[in-house]
Write a protein that binds this ligand. Structure first.
Ligand SMILES: Cc1cc2nc3c(=O)[nH]c(=O)nc-3n(C[C@H](O)[C@H](O)[C@H](O)COP(=O)(O)OP(=O)(O)OC[C@H]3O[C@@H](n4cnc5c(N)ncnc54)[C@H](O)[C@@H]3O)c2cc1C
Length: 264
């Protein structure tokens, strides 16, 4: 029964757990039981590591899954002072991990088919499920609209997963991705500033665009308040907050971001 395996802690082992950018890791797990691997990019699950009183768990968002191979991947940030992620980062091949649940819709179900184009906006490791979403719909041939992904990082060393995103952009003419750096050094030739500063002016026809936002709650509330002011329909906005739940957008900040959009 669906509800049985969906609620229990299930066993998995680590296949790989690699750092792809400074402080950001890509972990791939293989389920060790016979129950379904029902994940798609954007589904959320709980991961649990440790034993007895040392156990800890958190929510993570699926970047990619392969039901036939019984594997799934997550992109996560190692918080140096964090409880769980330094321990997660230390797990090598074959280490045991437990997982549970299928939460949240896959991003594919959230993106409105009535929009003329799709824009993903992520901070840091929020890039994971958006990379997975674009890869999924592009490889399956179900997304022909112009599709763009903008990801905010602090410095160039933080950017990733570069290889995978560059390969996707090289293969599909309707997909492009662009990092924007809040603290670039002088040699950086790409976008500068936070997403809320550098991206709005680059988006044509925002009112006909579906926006999916993932990551830091501060970026999400500020950008969503601006999208509302610009007149983007509510049905064209979806999101996933990783942290910073208490963040609020002041009127001033929302007005300033809204003013950066070019309205035709
Ligand atoms: C629905 C949901 C989905 C999530 N999916 C992901 C995911 O796919 N990948 C991921 O890395 N995290 C994700 N998170 C965050 C994750 O659950 C943990 O909070 C995070 O891994 C920190 O764990 P920790 O025990 O090491 O840090 P803690 O000791 O719990 O410290 C938490 C602090 O770390 C900071 N923090 C938490 N997450 C991040 C982050 N991603 N980037 C930068 N700073 C952060 C915040 O300031 C937070 O207050 C998700 C959270 C939710 C609620």
């Amino acid at each position: 029964m669906m509800s049985d395996w969906n609620q229990m802690w299930r066993r998995a082992t680590v296949l790989s757990n690699r750092e792809f950018a400074r402080g950001s890791r890509w972990i791939t797990l293989r389920s060790e039981d016979e129950h379904p691997i029902p994940y798609e990019p954007g589904n959320v699950l709980s991961l649990r590591i440790g034993e007895g009183g040392e156990r800890m768990k958190h929510a993570y968002t699926v970047t990619w899954a392969d039901a036939a191979a019984r594997t799934f991947s997550i992109i996560y940030r190692v918080i140096p002072t964090g409880q769980m992620t330094p321990r997660l980062a230390a797990l090598g091949p074959d280490a045991p991990v437990e997982f549970s649940g299928v939460h949240h819709n896959p991003i594919r179900h959230e993106v409105n088919p009535g929009a003329a184009q799709v824009v993903g906006l992520a901070t840091g490791t929020g890039v994971g499920p958006l990379y997975g979403y674009f890869r999924y719909v592009l490889e399956n041939g179900t997304e022909k609209r112009p599709s763009s992904l903008f990801v905010g990082f602090r410095e160039e060393l933080d950017i990733g997963p570069r290889e995978e995103l560059d390969a996707l952009a090289a293969r599909y003419a309707n997909f492009r991705w662009t990092p924007t750096l809040s603290q670039p050094d002088a040699s950086w030739k790409g976008l500068r500033g936070r997403i809320t500063e550098s991206v709005p002016g680059l988006i044509d026809r925002p009112r006909e665009t579906h926006f999916h936002l993932v990551g830091n709650g501060a970026m999400l509330v500020e950008m969503e308040a601006a999208l509302d002011r610009v007149g983007v329909p509510e049905a064209f906005v979806s999101d996933e907050t990783y942290f910073n739940w208490e963040a609020e957008a002041s009127d001033d900040v929302a007005d300033r971001i809204a003013a950066r959009f070019r309205l035709q």
